[in-house]
Design a binder for this molecule. Sequence first.
Ligand SMILES: Cc1cc2nc3c(=O)[nH]c(=O)nc-3n(C[C@H](O)[C@H](O)[C@H](O)COP(=O)(O)O)c2cc1C
Length: 313
Amino acid sequence: MQNRITTLFNISYPIIQAGMVWASGWRLASAVSNAGGLGVIGAGSMYPEVLREHILKCKQATDKPFAVNVPMLYPDIDKHMDIIVELGVKIVFTSAGNPKTWTKFLKDKGITVVHVVSSVKFALKAEEAGVDAIVAEGFEAGGHNGRDETTTLTLIPAVKEKINIPIIAAGGIATGKSMLAAMVLGADGVQVGSRFVASDEASSHPDFKQKVVEAGEGATKLTLKELAPVRMLKNKFFHDIQDAYAKGATVEDLKTLLGRARAKRGMFEGDMEEGELEIGQVAAIIHDIRPAATIVQDMITEFREAQKEVAKF
Ligand SMILES: Cc1cc2nc3c(=O)[nH]c(=O)nc-3n(C[C@H](O)[C@H](O)[C@H](O)COP(=O)(O)O)c2cc1C
């Protein structure tokens, strides 16, 4: 398979494993890269020295390209960027911030830059900032998301109308069929998050992986729009947030309720009641925990079969 995304990243298949807090360390990233996709280390839950260790281990585990995702909310972002440059990481995905802030710095060092957006407006800003590609992430995606509630099916063609650089579709993609659909709509590749949470190599807590497998239709919702909108499983913590809304909670009340380290508590430490469990709507069609390489291979096989099926029409 060859297109603008496989060429940009020098990979075999246009499948990008999403950078995800508490899920995507070196084990997952290297497994996906070795399988022909692009593995991404999620720096958002790592102290700088932890990130260093993950990059070094990833380099030992694969000789294929891999990337690092840096959410710009992170307070120690300068240190992250210095380590990325020092260790010669070739591809960086930035998210949750202004693409102008780091793109030039990274591009000047010869690094390929991809920025995550949730609307046409931000896609245009990212293109203007000089990024090499964008991830366009729809409303159904797990984790932090845009406020406009634009679904992937609407977002991809809308972005395609206005943008010339390669587009990676994200949100609700876990199968080869949805990958084909996204590419028909104008995407050059797909970024897959939730499906890789339920993989052997994800660093997510086993109880969280099991919850993802058990999640059915309607099990997730986007909430906390006043702070940073995030899609999560409807567990006790989620219902506590809804109770707070019902009582007219202020932004300060919500911040206090969220507290610190909720995401770590849920997704990494396995507190299924009090923790924040970020996952996408697509969890409803994830029924097992598989090796990451199998996820990549199954997607490609299904993509090719779906292409043939559609060609019959
Ligand atoms: C557990 C989890 C953690 C995430 N953490 C991050 C993150 O640190 N940085 C980021 O840019 N996106 C993050 N996301 C969003 C993903 O990168 C990706 O765009 C999204 O999961 C795609 O939608 P899907 O879950 O339907 O596949 C996270 C998603 C999940 C499910």
